[in-house]
Design a protein around this ligand. Structure first.
Ligand code: C2E
Ligand code: MG
Ligand code: MG
Length: 578
């Protein structure tokens, strides 16, 4: 339509100009040439428009094509004009009417045409310069918009502190890495990494230093990785590493390097900071095939590392997954368990080694779960500890066990003692001493009838504060047993200062006593050690008559185990033992 309009415009201009000459007699037009002139005008105008419209951008090629467009446009006008003139034939003796009847002076006309033409070209030039200016400004705006957009994308996908990818970019990266692994048939390792001891740094030195430590950690770890690997920060002290690997061992190598790098002290603001890393690794395709599952599994494996002593790495195994889901549900149930009376105690008898009657019992917690049945403490005590629920539960256990002992004393077994296990959390909580004292008072029990069992690792965690609490408890008259002895790393020096009355040899040593000469030697030396420190030595986990005899011969003071009596409800205990 533009071409027709422009072509007809040019043609009308020409033929109107011709008619303005007022020829007498009139001009004869040859129809063929006439039509051709109009076709040329429309065709060339179309070509010029087409070129011009397709060349809006800048550039050298564009400039050349623009020149071509204007040449074609010029040809359209000129071509049309001369074809139009070829179409016209002036009869012999014809006169130009415009000249005769006082028309415009030819010179004036020429000046007018020149001025108008130059004026029009000038206006067109100014307009196009203006247009160019506008387009330049739009260009600048568009570019700054693009930059702003880039920044937004960066902020939306990266952690502001470390500039590492955040959770949503990580998700994307894992999916891309998985896609590539699927095509090329290799493995992907997703590693969850949590810093141990970071909270302590934050508390002691403040958040600013903590932030700088996180940046330093992220830089160290980044240097260990290849460009195609991803390190992301999920927030807090949680990082995730994604690697394409050939063998699981490759992931283990990287994990070891990360652990080594992180455990090197950091020097920040003249402060030497020491943290370590706990890692959990999940592999594609062995452990999971989706991003979500891989993340969940790596998290569960990391959790496992945390629980088994930190500063290391663990590969995911299916049993961790079950426990991760189950633990969440169990925690919800456990919150209500005390109110619903689902917790109960079983009592396992303790015997003097020489086969004499029972000297007392150890109270062992059980949970009668409405759907899962009777659960042992190994299943739910870690959950109770993590959630802090162990403090009220532990208080209930102590109260319940003391009430039971009171009852047995009243029935005539006044020499029986009761052992109750304490969790590290209870041990660290304030008011333990008062709570124990009040409970004993409430049930009218002499303090030396109660033994509190703390594990070796608990006692050794904060040695000085442990000593304070233990001393206070012994001053009260309560007996202290060091449980699971041999599994921690007690320093003999501290053991000497520890006001304990009893050492309980861990049942792992008792189990292999008869087969393993090494275990037998360990048990023998624990017994000797206990003797020289004037501690009662108790062996737990006695399952066979052979073990019983062996341990008695070694000089163990007390024995406890399935062979002598399983943990059982209070009434059964009274029937069997009493
Ligand atoms: P522990 O204090 O070392 O308790 C001894 C564990 O060994 C008990 O497991 C007992 O049933 C088991 N046992 C006893 N004799 C034998 C034997 O001959 N063979 C074998 N294989 N095992 C034997 P249980 O009841 O499952 O308790 C596990 C752990 O849970 C306890 O270890 C203790 O650390 C903790 N625990 C139990 N009750 C409580 C509690 O009320 N509070 C706290 N904080 N921890 C508790
Ligand atoms: Mg115990
Ligand atoms: Mg034990």
């Amino acid at each position: 339509a533009g071409a027709v309009l422009l072509g007809l415009g040019i043609a009308s201009m020409h033929y109107l100009g011709m008619s303005a000459m007022r020829m007498q007699p009139g001009i004869d037009y040859h129809p063929g040439w006439f039509i051709l002139s109009i076709v040329i005008a429309i065709g060339a105008a179309g070509a010029a428009l087409w070129i011009a419209f397709h060349l809006r951008e800048e550039g050298r090629r564009v400039v050349r094509l623009r020149v071509l467009a204007s040449v074609i446009m010029g040809l359209a006008i000129v071509g049309m004009h001369y074809t139009g003139m070829a179409a016209a034939s002036f009869p012999e003796g014809s006169v130009c009417g415009a000249m005769i009847n006082g028309g415009i002076d030819a010179q004036w006309l020429a000046v007018l045409v020149i001025v108008t033409t130059l004026g029009t070209i000038g206006i067109a030039l100014v307009a196009s310069l203006f247009d160019r200016q506008m387009r330049l400004r739009t260009g600048i705006l568009a570019r700054s918009l693009e930059r702003a957009n880039d920044k937004l994308v960066q902020a939306a996908l990266h952690d502001p502190l470390t500039q590492l990818p955040n959770r949503s970019l990580l998700q994307d990266r894992i999916e891309q890495t998985l896609e590539k692994a699927r095509r090329r048939g290799h493995r992907v390792a997703v590693m969850f990494c949590d810093l141990d001891g970071f909270k302590a740094v934050n508390d002691a030195y403040g958040h600013q230093l903590g932030d700088r430590l996180l940046v330093a950690v992220s830089e160290r770890v980044t240097h260990l990785l290849r460009p195609q690997d991803t390190l992301a920060r999920l927030g807090g002290d949680e990082f995730v590493v994604v690697l394409a690997v050939d063998e699981p061992d490759d992931a283990a190598v990287v994990a070891e390097r990360i652990i080594a790098a992180v455990s090197d002290p950091f020097l920040i603001d003249a402060a030497e900071l020491q943290v370590s890393a706990s890692l959990g690794i999940a592999l594609y395709p062995e452990d999971a095939t989706s991003e979500r599952e891989l993340m969940g599994h790596a998290d569960a494996a990391m959790y496992h590392t945390k629980q088994s002593g930190r500063n290391g790495y663990t590969f995911f195994t299916p049993s961790m997954q079950v426990s991760a889901n189950r633990q969440l549900r169990l925690l919800q149930d456990l919150r209500r368990a005390t109110d619903r009376g689902e917790l109960l105690l079983h009592y396992q008898p303790k015997f003097m080694a020489a086969g004499a009657p029972a000297v007392g019992a150890e109270a062992l917690l059980r949970w009668q779960h409405p759907e899962l049945g009777l659960l042992g403490p190994d299943v739910f005590i870690p959950i109770a500890e993590r959630s802090g629920l162990i403090v009220p539960i532990g208080e209930w256990v102590l109260d319940q066990a003391c009430a039971q002992l009171r009852h047995w004393h009243d029935l005539g077994h006044a020499h029986w003692t009761m052992a109750v296990n304490l969790s590290p959390l209870q041990f660290a909580a304030t008011g333990l001493l008062e709570m124990v004292e009040a409970t004993l008072g409430r049930h009218g029990l002499a303090p030396d009838r109660l033994t509190l069992e703390i594990t070796e690792t608990t006692a050794m965690k904060n040695v000085e504060s442990s000593l304070l609490i233990l001393n206070a408890l012994t001053t009260l008259g309560v007996r202290i047993a060091i449980d699971d002895f041999g599994t921690g790393y007690s320093s003999l020096l501290y053991l000497k200062r520890m006001p304990a009355t009893e050492l309980k040899i861990d049942r792992a040593f008792v189990r292999d006593l008869e087969e393993s000469a090494e275990d037998a030697a360990i048990v023998a030396s624990i017994v000797a050690l206990g003797r020289s420190l004037q501690l009662q030595v108790v062996a737990e986990g006695v399952e066979t008559a052979g073990q019983r005899d062996y341990l008695s011969d070694l000089g163990c003071d007390q024995l406890q185990g399935y062979h002598l009596g399983r943990p059982m409800p209070a009434d059964e205990f009274l029937r069997n033992v009493g």
